[in-house]
Ligand binder design. Sequence first.
Ligand SMILES: Cc1cc2nc3c(=O)[nH]c(=O)nc-3n(C[C@H](O)[C@H](O)[C@H](O)COP(=O)(O)OP(=O)(O)OC[C@H]3O[C@@H](n4cnc5c(N)ncnc54)[C@H](O)[C@@H]3O)c2cc1C
Length: 474
Amino acid sequence: MLNAIWFRNDLRLYDNPALCAAGQSSHPIVAFYFFTPEQFRLHDVGETKQRFILETLAELQKDLAALNIPLIAMLSSDYSNSENLLGKLCDRYNVQTVFANRELELNERIRDRAAVQRLEKAGKSIQFYQDQTILPVGEVLTAEGTPYRVFTPFKRAWLKQAAATTLASAPPPKRQTALDIEPTSVEEILSWQSPTHANRFWQAGSHEAFKRLDNFCNSVIDRYQRERDLPSLESTSQLSPYLGVGAISLRTCLLQALQYNHHEWDSGNQGILTWINELIWREFYKNLSYHYPELSKGEAFNSATKHIPWSRDTEILQRWQKGMTGFPLVDAGMRQLNHLGWMHNRLRMVTAMFLTKQLFIDWHLGEAYFMQNLIDADYAANNGGWQWSASTGADAAPYFRVFNPVRQSQRFDANGDFIRKWVPELAGLGPRQIHDPSPIERQIAGYPLPIVDHKSSVEYVKQAFKTAQAMESV
Ligand SMILES: Cc1cc2nc3c(=O)[nH]c(=O)nc-3n(C[C@H](O)[C@H](O)[C@H](O)COP(=O)(O)OP(=O)(O)OC[C@H]3O[C@@H](n4cnc5c(N)ncnc54)[C@H](O)[C@@H]3O)c2cc1C
């Protein structure tokens, strides 16, 4: 008899609670993974992230093989098919108990409930573990026992609870006696999705994630607070793709940051404390997606905003997607996304707010484009970021707060270096002109005129929000 670890969004050996528990059980382990292209299509997960998942899985296959744990990876269409395949594999390999880390989103929860029922019917069981967040979702609640809807009080409660908790990593299992089961080959795993242009910039796997974490903590984190908003400097960790597939755990990131800060939670190195704050944003959005499953169905958090008559103009949307809006910083951000499959956080806010609050395009279209193109696409963080930018969210930017893209550019890319890198046709312009070139400079450079007038578009969107609020209160 065997036990199984069912890998999903947790593609690592180190600090993997389900794998650790499976390793402590009395039976040898086999590992399962189901790759679900049809489900990815439904969830807008693009090709770059799909390939990144497979490359991470290929690395994991080798790490598991070194422990004599065979990985059986299978191509499945969607979640309901994975649940069938899981049942069949458990029969084939005489698996009694499946170990898995809980996933928090709606369709994943539905899949897991169905898998539990299916295995129970066959006299088998699944044991779930807490992994996607550092503190279990549902444990950080207000005094009334309700979920927090605003970040700052959530963070305060979270910090208090985390500091009072013993946080420890889950060790990987020990090497087991070899089983007579052939693992799925790395070649087969990688054949399910070819790499995109963006994949070449991201070495996959846990080993790379740990290298990046070490490098960030040793050389960058000290200046994180001062420089994290400046996109031309590489002053953020770029760990999001690895967190997104579970090549590294959020807890590992937190524990390492704390260690560098001599285990101080609220004093010490400001760079480290600011970075921890960002990790807590991730926790916050995961909690929201868990407590408010209607968000997964496309609903706005602030129900009044459902009355806003967003535009779905494809021509304007495409100009934004291609980075041809005539606003240099916006275009630089979009071109960074299209090239690298990743965008700096400041620019995610600028481009998302520009699409919704200046071009008045439905935020769902921007959300989907980010999901399809980001290598770090994460439903909860992406939905949270879009609803923040569009002012439809839980703890969103107020609707009357609209970034002026030219001023953002002067402030966060003062010298224009980032724009020069990503909008090369403007590379010859100096720091004064580059943020908003004159019509002649644009013509010479072959760069478009601004797609919209900042001032009047802001007025238009403010009016739309006011009308929506009035409609809600009728
Ligand atoms: C419109 C929009 C869409 C976004 N979509 C995603 C997404 O699909 N996937 C994703 O991981 N992040 C998303 N973010 C959050 C943030 O932009 C990225 O996490 C960050 O840019 C990743 O770069 P980094 O790893 O260098 O971050 P660092 O600055 O090094 O931060 C460390 C980690 O903290 C977390 N984090 C940082 N900022 C945020 C934030 N604002 N919200 C939630 N978590 C955060 C991430 O896990 C990040 O890897 C989005 C933000 C916006 C405004």
